[in-house]
Design a protein around this ligand. Sequence first.
Ligand code: BG6
Length: 513
Amino acid sequence: MTTHHDRAANPLREGLSNRPMPQPCTVVIFGASGDLTYRKLIPALYNIASDGDLPAALSVVGFARREKTDDSFRNELEEATRKFSRQGINEELWGSFRERIFYHKSEFGDLEGYERLAQRLNALDSARNTRGNRLFYLSVAPSEFGGILEKLAAVGLNNPAEGSWTRVIVEKPFGTDLPSAQTLNSVVNHVFREEDTYRIDHYLGKETAQNIMVLRFANAIFEPLWNHRYIDHVQITAAEPLGVEARGPYYESSGALRDMVQNHLLQLLCLVAMEPPTDLTADSVRDEKVKVVRALRPMKPEDVAHNVVRGQYTNGAVNGREVTSYRAEDRVSPESMTETYVALRLHVDNWRWADVPFYVRVGKRLPKGGTEIAIHFKAAPGVLFNRDSAVGPNVLVIRIQPDEGISLRIQAKRPGASVKIEPVKMDFHYGTSFGKASPEAYERLLLDAMSGDATLFARSDEVECAWRFIDLIEQAWHAHPSPPPLCQYPAGSWGPAEADALLERDGRAWRRM
Ligand code: BG6
């Protein structure tokens, strides 16, 4: 039998950041009747339990406005977990897991509700041996953050008892621009210390995103080539066949740039472009990432027109199904100028990446879903095999999802008497190599927060630097007297033709996914 002690001693289990085992605690979810709790958070906690990694003493308290009892909340969560758990549900395990879940009905603005919460948490600590450790999860609109934090502080719930800890997890969007992000940071840091603040970017919890650092720094063969001398360019793509679903109002005020690029895609870019950290502590890793964001070449309005393409989907068909245009989506303005697609040409202005373009694209209603990073190496010298006809370059593809893995395109001689060269793939698939499905991003992130490891969470300076860069583009789109066009693309296509032209101009093309 594996004990907690065995696991902690086994370096293979320590992961990217030498994470200690999670500690007993109570997770309090604000906004517990929202989608995230049902689809992600509870299934994630259940799967952690199913893997045997959940601390024996752990309680979950859902805090929300709607009328529910512990029992009705548990029943709803059971139904959701059956649907969304990656490992299905085991009746016996669920039977004991559900007993850890409680519901606390209160308005977010009602101080008395927080006083009752404090009493309830104390009672749960005694009954369930959770040792006064608390993890507050803010799964609410950013406009609610301030009020909730203020009330938590008013009843002293931000202050841990001697020998205990309190931490806060904050869901995105973390601001809508630099000033709002700064305000949010100061609101949160007024109540919780920065080291106790965990800003979720769920892309960092994805297995292959974590593997980027391992690929780069645990293998000797890649790092010597990982720079402007050998890399021609990098492409990062996040494609989704989905539209905006029921999130019209949020998406209208956000758009693809703020929704995905400011956070998820820039985080991936940082992992690809960062220097090796001196160690794997949260701050060493984040120190290196923030240097990348700081090195992003800022765009003037005229650069935006040249380097950024924004698009919006029109009617079309995705996977053979007719779908409406973005402007016809539920609660979206018929004249909306919100982008559902964006393609950017970026530069990281430092020694390693001098003159290497990073092409980043993200879009909704594309033909298929998938997130990948493709490192395109420079071609071999054209003196032997590729003298007459061009032999393609090597491309290292990191597939974040689906079918997580890494492949390397190399050139090989086709069997036969003549020398005919064709590209072939060396391919690593997580599923086949390790024989089990990767955990969901939220599983890893919740475990890390319970263990006090913030490596895979965004620090305030990273978030603010990313906004500083993104704001310049937003300003060029919205404030400039002659803003660049919003290009249209039919749903089910790979985005506007202008995005292809962005690369063609440089003699390059987007990778076909
Ligand atoms: C969210 C965005 O952060 O990420 C959504 O708000 C997007 O618009 C989602 O669909 C994509 O996440 P994933 O894990 O499905 O790639």
